[in-house]
Design a protein around this ligand. Structure first.
Ligand code: GDP
Length: 352
């Protein structure tokens, strides 16, 4: 999980640690780096060094430095804004290639810039700085079952609506959540409010049967909001704690889907509105989360298929773009493959 981003970030940190912000005389690694450098960068570097030499030479005439200190060691002192931009360009590419959205990259850049410019890469812990700047973008969720149990003391049932496009793992995740709630000694019923997609009702029925929870359903084409309404009435009558509402996720007609989702939310007034996105789709998931958040003001996000996501940037992007917490990561096809999201765990997976 998240292997590519981890490897690239580690490489970036290592390279810049070795580089110490500026050129050092005669180093083996130089030849490798030289190949990578474009002419433009080399020119920029030369100008920068020249400027720094001039400054240092001026200083030399006014101040007396201890002789022992090597001339070049003083180059390590300041990471200029220019040099920062140069090393960040490389990090920006790494982040972009690994599904971190432009807005999130901007935030990382600003926070790193603030903490690095004017310092030597020698004296800062680059991985710690990067870790902090990524952490600032993430939001730790509240304890899921605790929130539900607290709310049930006030009123019941607790209603959770799931939204997201077809194939994102919505039905499977609803089953995973039902399984988790059952394990936490909460009773659950499901509402088959995707009355649009062929076979969607049969699919959720299979999960309901396996988990031994009731499913409230109507015919295909029925008003989805009314299915949710019936499920809530059923839960009230049968003293069921939590209602999980599945919804349609057709991609073809975004406007009509959003109208339908808004209506389900309005009629059923759920306690939680969760967006389901695929970790592996990166920017698509981020854009979808933004659209759903604008339509129904999400409570939080679940990202499925994190187990097959080599990149790892989607969680950072989705959280930053919506300002909503990731609640869980889906980590496989089994009911137990649902991992509560935790900032520190993500950072750990990124190897920072
Ligand atoms: P829906 O159309 O959004 O309801 O999506 P489904 O629940 O039918 O899931 C689509 C496919 O993704 C199925 O084959 C699921 O088994 C698979 N899937 C769902 N969640 C995960 C996950 O966390 N990891 C992996 N590897 N597969 C998943």
């Amino acid at each position: 999980m998240f292997g590519k981003l981890k490897e690239k970030l580690k490489g970036w940190i290592k390279k810049n640690k070795e580089d110490e912000g500026v050129a050092k005389p005669k180093e083996k690694k130089k030849s490798k780096e030289k190949k990578k450098d474009t002419r433009k960068t080399k020119e920029k570097k030369r100008k920068e060094q020249k400027k720094e030499i001039e400054t240092l030479q001026n200083e030399e005439t006014s101040k007396e430095e201890p002789e022992k200190k090597s001339f070049f060691s003083r180059f390590k002192k300041n990471l200029t804004e220019e040099k920062f931009d140069e090393i960040f360009d490389e990090l920006e590419m790494i982040l972009l290639q690994n599904n971190v959205a432009v807005k999130a990259i901007e935030s990382i850049k600003n926070s790193l810039k603030e903490n690095l410019v004017g310092k030597s890469l020698n004296e800062v812990d680059l991985s710690k700085e990067l870790e902090n700047s990524i952490k600032e973008l993430l939001i730790d969720p509240e304890d899921f079952t605790k929130t539900i149990k607290n709310s049930l003391k006030e009123s019941s049932p607790f209603v959770i609506m799931f939204a997201g496009i077809n194939g994102s793992g919505k039905t499977t995740t609803i089953a995973k959540v039902a399984n988790l709630l059952k394990k936490s000694k909460l009773s659950v019923c499901l509402a088959a409010a995707d009355t649009f997609r062929a076979a969607s009702i049969e699919q959720i029925q299979q999960h309901a049967d396996k988990l031994n929870v009731p499913l409230i359903k109507k015919d295909y084409g029925a008003d989805p909001a009314s299915v949710g309404f019936d499920a809530i009435a059923y839960a009230k009558k049968n003293k069921i704690d939590v209602v999980l509402i599945d919804t349609a996720g057709r991609m073809q007609n975004k406007d009509s889907l959003m109208r339908e989702i808004e209506k389900i939310a309005r009629v059923n007034n759920p306690n939680m509105k969760i967006f389901l996105g695929e970790s592996i789709t990166g920017n698509d998931a981020t854009e979808q989360a933004k659209t759903f958040n604008e339509a129904i003001d999400l409570t939080g996000i679940i990202l499925s298929k994190a187990d097959v996501d080599e990149k790892g940037g989607t969680a950072i992007s989705v959280s930053n773009v919506t300002g909503k917490p990731i609640l869980f990561l889906g980590t496989g096809q089994k009911y137990d493959d649902l991992e509560p999201f935790n900032k520190d765990k993500l950072i750990e997976k990124l190897g920072l």
